[in-house]
Write a protein that binds this ligand. Structure first.
Ligand SMILES: [Zn+2]
Length: 145
């Protein structure tokens, strides 16, 4: 129903699917459409996400009826708020992964300084570092390419 950004990693793409939500007369939000649902729409729209996040801004639907589909231009404008949300999530996740990688490297440095780093058996270390680095690399904004 909505959009997701696969370059931000599978978890974020799966949990954060954005859509244009339409407010119903009972105050709830929907991304669905049917004759009954469309008749209950107020004409107020907002950006929403599968994780339950929603923008605090609203837009007036520019369709002929309150329940009609908004124009592509309006949809793009509304989804800008969702992009800000999902990029903030991705930035936080990447910061967390970089923090983990940094702590691993600091621990390796301390072990080396104490002479306790097993330089003859670096396979586990190589695997752990590659895995941590891979998690950082999985989160890429389209502008990172
Ligand atoms: Zn979300």
């Amino acid at each position: 129903m909505g959009i997701s950004i696969t370059s931000l990693g599978d978890r974020i793409a799966h949990e954060h699917e954005g859509y244009v939500g339409a407010y119903l007369r009972d105050g709830s939000l929907t991304g669905s459409s049917s004759r009954e649902i469309d008749a209950a729409k107020t004409g107020k729209l907002t950006a929403a996400c599968a994780c339950d996040w929603r923008s605090d801004r609203t837009w007036d639907n520019d369709a002929n009826t309150a329940g009609g589909w908004p124009s592509d231009a309006l949809e793009d404008e509304i989804l800008t708020d969702w992009y800000d949300h999902v990029y903030a999530v991705a930035d936080g996740e990447r910061d967390r992964h970089i923090g983990h990688l940094t702590m691993m490297m600091a621990r390796i440095g301390r072990q080396y300084g104490r002479g306790s780093l097993d330089l003859d058996n670096l396979d586990d270390l190589e695997r752990d570092l590659a895995s941590a680095l891979d998690r950082v690399k999985q989160i890429r904004r389209p502008s990172d390419f």
